[in-house]
Design a protein around this ligand. Structure first.
Ligand SMILES: [Fe+2]
Length: 321
């Protein structure tokens, strides 16, 4: 995280020449969601929930940005549209925008938003330490009707999906989630069955700067295409559990498919090095050497596993349903 405030930037990324400065007192209008749903509400059992940092599944729609904040973000995202790329799931997205926009970076790292999202998710969070998992931007495909993104789960645990453009100003472009488990969704795909329409939820988004929070690895979701010409931009910001004892969840094999070769592995290695440091740090100053011995051994085990993973990850396909 701190690196984003210094000069640590991959090659080919340049800061925007002109952009607003993020000011939380002017740009944020955080309003807690009316309700949150749990993984049990989605049909998950205790075995699945035990693998997750919390039983949180998805929130109702809530407000993040003031009108002024939403206008600033739209300005930044329109500038960043010059840097979109494609992958097998998404036709037009911009990743790594936090290396180009200080406004986007500061908003994605905002402690106010982090505390707010932690309350919603029921677990202490921190902004993702893989910079390309911050401020991911989706732009509508040029072809009408084509989905912005296909049914999928995320390569990270927690994220919020926020409308940058006004969802009321376009026809279509809904963000949707499946009220069920990813196991059910895999069965639908395997059996060639349609997703039951009465279990597809399209939350009503009142305007730009509104969002939903999700445990994105557990909630299957997609973004519908526009049915009439217009502009649709959404932003997804990722978080990790603040407690370094909670095992990391990152799909490195998937990140390698969507991020530049010099970015995916570098960020993944640094992410784990930081996680190991946090593991030592969070024990504090303790007189009992056994605490540090245990933490160092755990850090060494994890780092060795990450090195093996990087060495052994081959070519795979992008997961979606
Ligand atoms: Fe997603």
């Amino acid at each position: 995280m701190d690196d984003l405030q210094s000069n640590y930037t991959p090659s080919g990324f340049e800061w925007l020449a002109r952009e607003p400065e993020f000011n939380p007192s002017k740009h944020l209008a955080l309003e807690a969601p009316a309700l949150v749903e749990t993984l049990y509400d989605f049909g998950y059992g205790q075995d699945d929930v035990a693998q997750c940092p919390s039983d949180f599944a998805v929130s109702a729609v809530f407000r993040v940005l003031s009108d002024e904040g939403a206008a600033c973000l739209l300005d930044v995202c329109r500038q960043l549209s010059a840097h979109t790329s494609s992958n097998a799931r998404i036709e037009r997205n911009c990743r790594g925008g936090v290396y180009r926009s200080r406004f986007l970076r500061d908003m994605c790292l905002s402690p106010d938003i982090k505390d707010f999202m932690s309350q919603i998710a029921g677990v202490a969070l921190m902004p993702h330490t893989i910079s390309h998992q911050l401020g991911h931007l989706n732009y509508n495909p040029h072809q009408l009707g084509k989905n912005v993104d296909k049914w999928h789960v995320d390569t990270l645990r927690y994220d919020y999906v926020m409308f940058v453009t006004d969802p009321k100003a376009v026809v279509g472009g809904e963000f949707q989630y499946f009220k069920g488990t990813k196991h059910e969704m895999a069965d639908f795909k395997r059996l060639g069955q349609e997703v039951p329409s009465d279990r597809i939820i399209s939350p009503e988004m009142p305007g730009p700067g509104y969002a939903i929070m999700q445990q994105g690895n557990m909630v299957v979701h997609q973004a519908k295409g526009l049915r009439a010409s217009g502009e649709r931009i959404t932003m997804v910001n990722g978080y990790v559990a603040a407690d370094a004892l909670i095992e990391d969840f990152t799909r490195y094999d998937q990140l390698k498919l969507v991020d530049p070769a010099d970015v995916a592995t570098t960020e993944y290695a640094r992410h784990h090095a930081q996680l190991a440091m946090r593991l030592i740090d969070q024990a504090g100053f303790v007189a009992d050497d056994k605490v540090h011995i245990a933490n160092l051994r755990e850090a060494a085990r994890r780092l060795a596993a990450v090195a093996d993973e990087i060495e052994q990850t081959g070519d795979v396909e992008i997961d979606h349903y």
